[in-house]
Structure formats: C-alpha cells, structure tokens
Design a protein around this ligand. Structure first.
Ligand SMILES: Nc1ncnc2c1ncn2[C@@H]1O[C@H](COP(=O)(O)OP(=O)(O)OP(=O)(O)O)[C@@H](O)[C@H]1O
Length: 938
C-alpha cells in the first residue's frame, strides 16, 4: 500500500468515527454522500442493518426484531441527509424529502434518464457507502429515528443483553467476519437486475473483506459501466483498509499475513502468556466474548423476500435486489462457520482450564514444599542457636579451666621452689656434715696408711732383696736369649741389607743399561750418518777400487754389529725392566703390603696457642717414632704426672715436612700401580688434621701421583709400553655412593653399584663418570669439579667434606707392543671422613647418623685390615660390612699395596683424638706380618 493510500485509509477511519465522511472523501474519490439521501436510502440502510442483525443471540431477551418485510412497511424516521458539496438534484431531493415508499423511489430512480456513465459513478459510490458504512455515516441525530444499525453500535456499543451483536460489531472485532456482511450488503441491490444488466459470475476481487462489494459492483463491469467498476474497486480497497485499521483489530492484518484463521485470532486476543516459573502461574487470557447469538436461518430475510430493503442508488428503482436462496446459503455457511469457531473456542477454553488446573496443582505442591522448607529452616535456626549457646558455654568452661589450671600451675611452681629451697638447705647441711666426717676419716686413714706404709716399706725391702737375688740369675738367662735374638735380627738385617744392595745394584745396572742404550742410540745415529756419508763415497769409489770396497764392507759389518748390539741392548733393557718390576715388587713386599705413615701438621695461624707436646725421638732422615705426652694426671696424693705415649710407624713426618717429602716416600707405590698392582693410599685422622691438604692440595698426593705416572709412562714408551689413564672420583656419604664428577643434583639420588671381577682383580662402579687423563693438567680440573660438587651438596650445618669419604680412583692400563705384556693397576687415593668419636662429637640428629656411619665404616676398615693381618688363607675378610671396604676390596689385601697416613693435629685440645688415631694406626701397623709370609713364599 502506498503512502497516499495509507493516508486515505487513516482519514477514512477517522471519518467513520466522527461520522463526517463526506468531507474526508473530498480528496480523490467522490463521496457517496454527494448523492442526496432520501427516505428510500434510509430504508435501504435499515434493510441492510436488518439483514446484519438477522442473527440474534440464542439468549435474546425476548425482544423480537422486526423482519425485513416488517420493516419495509415502516414509516421512515427521517434523517437529515449528510451535508453535500454538490447541489442535490431536484429529483433526488424530491425523493428524499417526500419519504416515498421504497418501491416508488426505486422505480423513480430506475426511470431516470441520466446518462449511464455519470450515474454509474455516483451510484457505485452511493451503493458502496450505504451498504458498507450504512447509516453510521449519518449524523447522530438521525439515529434515534431509525432502528439499531451496525454503525451505530460501532460508535457506541450497546449492551449485549438488550440487543444482539450486529454485523458491524463483529466487523470491528473480527475482521475475518466482515467479508460475509460486505457480501450480503453489496449483493442485494444488484443481484436481481430488472434491466437485464449483464452480470458477471466472476467477482472482481481487489482486496480484503470487502470483495463482496466489488463483486456486486462487478455486475456493472460490462459496457457502459467500466468507469464505474474502477471507482468501485478503489472504494472497496479503502473500506477494506478501514476495517483492518479499526480499533482493537489492528493486529488482524498481521494475523492474516501469518496465515492464522481470523476468527481464532480474534478469540484468542489478548494472548495468554505462559509463565517461566511456577510463581508466575498463568491466568487464562481474558476471552473475547464469543457472540452468543448464532445467525438463525429462520430469521433470514427470505421470509419476506418481497420487502427486502434496497440500497438507494441511481439504479435503486431499476433493481429489485434480493436473492433468497443464496442469502440463505450464505447464512448457513456463516452459521456453520461460527459454530466451528465456537467449538474451537470451547476446546481452547477447556485446554486452558486444564492447564490452569495443572498449574494450580503445581502451585499447591510448591506451597507445600515452601512450607516444608520454612519449617526445616526454622528447625535448623533453632539448632544453630542451640549450638551457638553450647559453644559459648564450652568456651566459658574452657576459659575457667585455663584459669584454674594456671592457678594450679602457679601453686605448684611456688611449692616446687619451696621444696627445692628445702632440699638445697638440707643438702648443704649434709655436705658440711659429710666434709667434717670425711676430714676426720681422712686424718684417721692417713695415720693408718702411714703405719701401713712403714710396714710395707720394710716388707718391700725384704722382697726387693729377694728379687734382686732371683733377678740376677734370670738376667743371665735373658741376656743369653737376647744375644740369640740380636743375632737373628742381625741376620735378618744382613738379608735386608743384601736385598737392598741387590736392589741398588739392579738400579745401578738399570741405570747403566739405560746409559748404554742411550749411547747405543747415539752410536746408531752416528752410524746412520756415516752410512749416508759412506753411501756418497760408494758412488765415488765405485771405480772398482778394491781397498775402497774393503773399507766399505768393513763399515757395513761394523754398522750391522752396532745394530745388533743395539737390538740386544734393547732386549736386555726390556728384560731388565721386567726384572726391575719384579724386584720393585719384592722390595715393596719387604717393606710391607700394609704400611703406616704418620704426619703431624704444623700449628696454623688461627689455631689455639695451646699445643700438645709431641716429640720425635729419632728425628733425622728416616724418622719412625713419635712420642705424645698424654694429659696431666693427678695422683691421689696430689702429684701431677704426665704419661708418655710412644708410637712407631714406617715413617713419621713432623710438622716441618712438606707434601713433596711425603710423595718421595709413596712414589714407589705409585710405580707399583704402573707396574700393574692395585695400590690403596688413605688418610686417616680427625677433622682438621690435614687429610685433604695431604691428598688434594695443589701439591698433594693426587696431583703428584698423576704427574709421576704421566712422566714414567712417557719414559716407558721407549721400551714399548703404552699407557692409558682413567680417573674417577667417588664419595661415600652415609653408606651411599656419589659421583663427584657427575651432576651435583643427582647426589644421594642416583644409585651406583659396585661390581668386582675377583679373577682379574678389577672393580667396576655402575653409572660413574670416568675421565681420560691424557694430560697431567686434567687432574687440576677434576679436583676442582669434585670440590665444587661437594660444596653444592653440603649445607651450612653439614660440612660434607669432613663427613664423607672421598676416593680418587686412577686406573692404569698398560700394554707393551714389543713384548706383548699387559698390565692393569689401580691407584686409590682415599680421603677418609673425620675420625672423631661419637661420644666426643656430641652429635645429634643428622649429624649422629653421619657420625655413626663414619664410625661404622672406619671400624669396618680396621676389621678388614685386622682380618688381612691375621693372614689366614681363605679366611673371611669382612669387606661387605661397609660400602668403603667393599669398594676397596680389590685394593686391600692380596697382592695389593696399602698405605695408611695417620694425620695428627698438634693441638692440645685434640690430644685425646690424636691418641685414639695413633692407637688405631698402631693396630694397622702391627699387621705387617703378611709381608714376611710373602717373603717366605717367594
Ligand atoms: N702440613 C700442613 N701444612 C700447612 N697447612 C696444613 C697442613 N695440613 C693441614 N693444613 C691446613 O689445616 C687446615 C685443615 O686441613 P684439612 O682440611 O686438610 O684437614 P682434614 O683433616 O682433611 O679436614 P676435613 O676432614 O674436615 O677435610 C687446612 O686449612 C689446611 O690448609
């Protein structure tokens, strides 16, 4: 619909409401009111109204409406014609004012001789207007004189009880129903065209509910009514729009668009909303009252077909419009249609009622739940209050109990203090008494003892005399025995000296041979030079000079001799080397497979000034004795005495000795490792006695040993020996092995297992880092790495280096490419954990565990050495008792060489530990016996 149309529709709506239709239609379409409104016209409208009201409600209050036939005969209550802008023709005015009967008016209208083209336009307008809008367009004043019409109800709804709903009322509320009324109104005047005007069976449908009107008009569509038809169509459309926009039915067009049946839409407005929550229980939508009246076919205008009202138009007099049969059919259709609607509404109403019932039940249920929840909430509230009250009571009781307890505690403390004071007082009294008694007893005892001493002295003198006599005879026997022992000792010493001189000789021989070899090597080089020179001469002297040839042969022979003797010297040298190894091992065995060295460290700057008295009785080149003055002891007589503790070891190094001096003594053992023996050198002593300094300092045993091995291996290359050196560094902490060259964060987590190959005398440790020592410089980096890892693993409370054993393992694998000899020796350099005793350490917790572990492994080491010292072949040696001894199994006992350094602190404060360490070392030293056995075997 275009804008103009909208405007026109709007204007028309207002026009209908205001009843001033004529002015509104001035724009565009000629209003029908321009046609004079005569009494006939009124009658026709009334007839239309009557037709619409032919469906009285079933419960009509008994007021019988007049039939069309009855009304047809009624005198018109004249209504003034609407104002017209056009001059009313005399003909029309006469008709209107005269109030002539319809038939007359109709006939006069028909007899009009006006040109049909003009008349048709006007007639259609009039017809449409009168049939659709009807009397409603008339001034309200006229309504009192005429029967109730649809339009009158449109303006002012009448009470439903007094009169039935009219078609226009339904038209307002139910746009769908309008079509019937439109049809009904529009058809009647033209359906029986007495002039034989051609009727079209096919109505022209332009729009909406007023198509009937158009259908009526279409009767005139044949010539000469073409123009009229176009006008009629526009009017129909306009009225259709009027209906759609009217009042409460504004939503109807949309409903039509949605395809919903009009009747049901009208009935169901306003739409009931289904609630989302139970609280919003839906209420039945206010229902539009379904018109109770059902159009009754019995009241159909067919009862008085002859008195049917006729629309007043130009042709009113020509046409008698009433088709009873079709009207009846139509009404029946309408009836059935309304009935259907009624049934539909009833069904919907029932379903809504059911729904309401369901929601009511739901409401009841929810009410019940709410009541239940409220009661449980109240009960819980009561519980809560009770609990709170109990809590308050309990806390009060607790406070009381606390107060009471504190008071009791104070009382007890006071009582306790009093008791202590009493006891102290008693004790002091007792002490004084006891001292007094004791002093008395002491003086008695002194007296008694003096007497006894005198007696004893005399008895002793007598005994001494007797013993002197006895001793003289025993002395003589002892002297004889001693002489024998001295002789045996001298014999042994001679043997040893001989061995020593043999070794010296061998060493001299070795040296000589080396000198010879170097000389021979020089000779060979000289000879080779001579050969080259001679070869030059050969060319020159190849002039068959006999003498020259002879000289050449001589030279050749000499060269061959020199080469032979060089080869012999090399062979001899290798034999000598093998012999040297043997002799070296013999010497080491003679020295003892388990040797003990003692080293006393010097006093350091930060040390306490109070140093222990340590003497070196045989201080000189080969010091072997050390004497430690024990702590002062007070005799019962008050005399202060000190005991000397003499100890003897294989070597004793005083505080002035340095690491080089010490290494000079152990270098022979390092040589043994190169020769294919397992060597174990460990430092034993309390914390701070110098173990780490001796082992791992930059000039300690580890770097010096590696350097020596490196140098020696290089010199042995001349004799065909090639060595491979592998180093690894292990820590034994709390009986767990750690890789000091591995990752510090894997400490105490990664498991390492010890595996022995007893046949080859080899030890393997799983998952351990091994570094190839292809240059002596590598040792420094290894030591640094190990120290760094140890410091990472240690905490403030745990100086790890003192609390764990560290073992530097150096594997020396040698092979002689000339002789095919192979050797595999291992040098173990062990820095043991501090040996302080458990009782002295005062350790607790983790420290206690460490100390226990250290003590255990050190005592196991002592046990192993002790068992080895007993020398029983096949006897059990308890290596497995600790991780340390098990790790060193192949380097302790058997063919291996063991050297123990006992490290001594010079401090008086450490005296007790010093004595313990020296006693332990003495025990180890006394296990020398194994050596003699080997010597015998050899
Ligand atoms: N012969 C020595 N000459 C000079 N200083 C020494 C000597 N022996 C040890 N020291 C110094 O004494 C201190 C303690 O020595 P060291 O750490 O070697 O003792 P330790 O017995 O190995 O202790 P720990 O078991 O805790 O490792 C160090 O500062 C070290 O330099």
């Amino acid at each position: 619909m275009d804008h103009n149309n909208e405007n026109s529709v709007g204007s028309r709506v207002s026009t209908i409401k205001g009843g001033t239709l004529i002015e509104q239609f001035a724009s565009g379409i000629r209003p029908p009111s321009q046609i004079p409104t005569a009494g006939k016209l009124f009658e026709m409208s009334a007839a239309a109204t009557n037709a619409r009201s032919s469906m009285p409600p079933p419960q009509a209050n008994g007021l019988k409406r007049k039939t069309l036939a009855e009304r047809a005969g009624e005198t018109e209550r004249a209504a003034p014609a609407p104002p017209s802008s056009r001059p009313v023709s005399a003909y029309v005015r006469a008709t209107s004012l005269a109030g002539v009967p319809r038939e007359t008016s109709f006939s006069s209208s028909v007899s009009s001789s006006r040109p049909s083209s003009v008349a048709s336009t006007r007639n259609v307008s009039n017809s449409s207007y009168s049939s659709t809008v009807g009397p409603g367009s008339r001034p309200p004043s006229t309504q009192s004189y005429r029967p109730q019409s649809a339009m009158s109800r449109l303006q002012k709804p009448a009470p439903s009880l007094n009169r039935p709903a009219t078609s226009l009322e339904v038209h307002e509320e139910e746009p769908g129903t309008v079509r019937n009324f439109g049809k009904r109104k529009g058809r009647t005047p033209f359906s029986s065209n007495p002039q034989g005007i051609p009727q079209s069976k096919k109505p022209l449908r332009i729009g909406g509910s007023y198509d009937t009107l158009v259908s009526c008009s279409s009767q005139w569509e044949s010539e000469p009514f073409k123009a009229f038809t176009i006008r009629e169509a526009s009017l129909s459309t306009a009225f259709n729009c009027l209906t759609l926009n009217n009042g409460s039915a504004q939503s109807a067009p949309k409903a039509e668009m949605d395809g919903a049946p009009r009747s049901s839409r009208a009935l169901s407005t306003p739409k009931a909303e289904v609630p989302q929550t139970p609280s919003q229980i839906p209420k039945l939508a206010p229902r539009v009252a379904v018109p109770a009246e059902t159009p009754s076919p019995s009241k159909s205008p067919q009862k008085s077909p002859k008195k049917l009202p006729v629309f007043l138009n130009r042709f009113s007099n020509d046409v008698i419009a009433w088709d009873t049969e079709s009207r009846l059919d139509e009404m029946e259709n309408m009836y059935s249609h309304l009935k259907e609607k009624w049934n539909g509404a009833t069904t919907e109403s029932n379903s809504l009622r059911e729904m309401m019932a369901v929601y009511k039940i739901r409401i009841t249920e929810l009410e019940a739940i709410r009541t239940q929840l409220s009661s449980s909430n109240a009960a819980l509230q009561i519980d809560l209050n009770t609990t709170k009250a109990q809590l308050a009571t309990s806390s009060e009781a607790l406070d009381d109990a606390k107060r009471f307890q504190n008071i009791r505690l104070d009382d007890m403390q006071r009582q306790h203090r009093r008791e202590i004071d009493d006891v102290r007082h008693d004790a002091e009294t007792d002490q004084r008494r006891l001292v007094r008694e004791h002093t008395e007893k002491l003086s008695d005892l002194e007296r008694t003892l003096n007497n006894a001493l005198e007696d004893e002295k005399t008895r002793h003198q007598r005994e001494v005399q007797a013993l002197t006599n006895e001793g003289a005879s025993t002395q003589q026997e002892k002297d004889k025995e001693l002489e024998k022992q001295v002789k045996a000792y001298q014999t042994l010493e001679d043997d040893f000296r001989m061995c020593k001189s043999d070794i010296v000789k061998e060493q001299d021989l070795n040296h000589e041979l080396r000198t010879k070899i170097s000389k021979l090597t020089g000779n060979i080089a000289n000879l080779e030079n001579s050969v080259q020179r001679l070869e030059g001469h050969i060319h020159f002297l190849e002039s068959d000079n006999k003498s020259q040839s002879q000289a050449f042969a001589d030279l050749e022979a000499r060269m061959q001799n020199a080469l032979r003797s060089a080869a012999e010297a090399n062979v001899k040298l290798r034999t000598e080397e093998t012999l040297r190894r043997k002799l070296h091992n013999q010497v080491q065995e003679l020295k003892g497979n388990i040797r003990v060295f003692c080293r006393v460290r010097p006093s350091l700057e930060g040390d306490a000034t109070d140093t222990a008295r340590i003497a070196y009785p045989d201080d000189g080149t080969d010091s072997k004795e050390v004497e430690v003055m024990g702590p002062e002891e007070k005799s019962s007589l008050g005399n202060i005495t000190t005991r000397k503790h003499p100890f003897a070891f294989d070597r004793v190094f005083g505080p002035n000795s340095n690491n080089q001096d010490i290494f000079g003594e152990i270098s022979q053992l390092v040589q043994s490792a190169l020769d294919g023996y397992n060597v174990c050198i460990f430092c034993y002593g309390q914390t701070g006695s110098g173990k780490t300094f001796t082992m791992s300092a930059s000039d300690g045993m580890i770097p010096l040993a590696v350097n020596q091995i490196y140098d020696t291996a290089k010199s042995l290359e001349e004799m065909g020996w090639k060595y491979k050196m592998e180093g690894s560094f292990i820590e034994v902490y709390n009986e767990v092995l750690n890789d000091l060259l591995g990752k510090a964060d894997e400490f105490d987590k990664k498991k390492h297992e010890i595996k022995h190959d007893m046949q080859k005398g080899k030890t393997m440790i799983t998952d351990i880092t091994t570094v190839d020592l292809d240059s002596p410089g590598k040792v420094g980096s290894i030591l640094q790495r190990a120290t760094a890892n140890r410091s990472v693993a240690s905490t403030k409370a745990n100086e790890r280096s003192s609390r764990s054993h560290s073992v530097f393992i150096l594997k020396l694998i040698g092979e002689n490419s000339v002789t095919g000899e192979k050797s595999e020796g291992t040098l173990n350099l062990v820095d043991l954990a501090g040996s302080e005793r458990l009782a002295h350490s005062g350790a607790i917790g983790e420290r206690l565990k460490e100390t226990q572990s250290i003590n255990k492994s050190l005592s196991c080491l002592g046990d192993v050495i002790g068992a080895l010292g007993q020398g029983k072949e096949g006897g059990h040696v308890p290596y497995r008792n600790s991780k340390l001894t098990y790790l060193l199994q192949t380097s302790l006992g058997g063919n291996s060489k063991t050297l123990m350094f006992v490290m001594v602190s010079p401090l008086q404060a450490h005296l007790s530990e010093t004595l313990t360490s020296l006693k332990f070392a003495t025990k180890v030293h006394n296990t020398h016996i194994g050596t003699a056995k080997k010597q015998t075997k050899a």
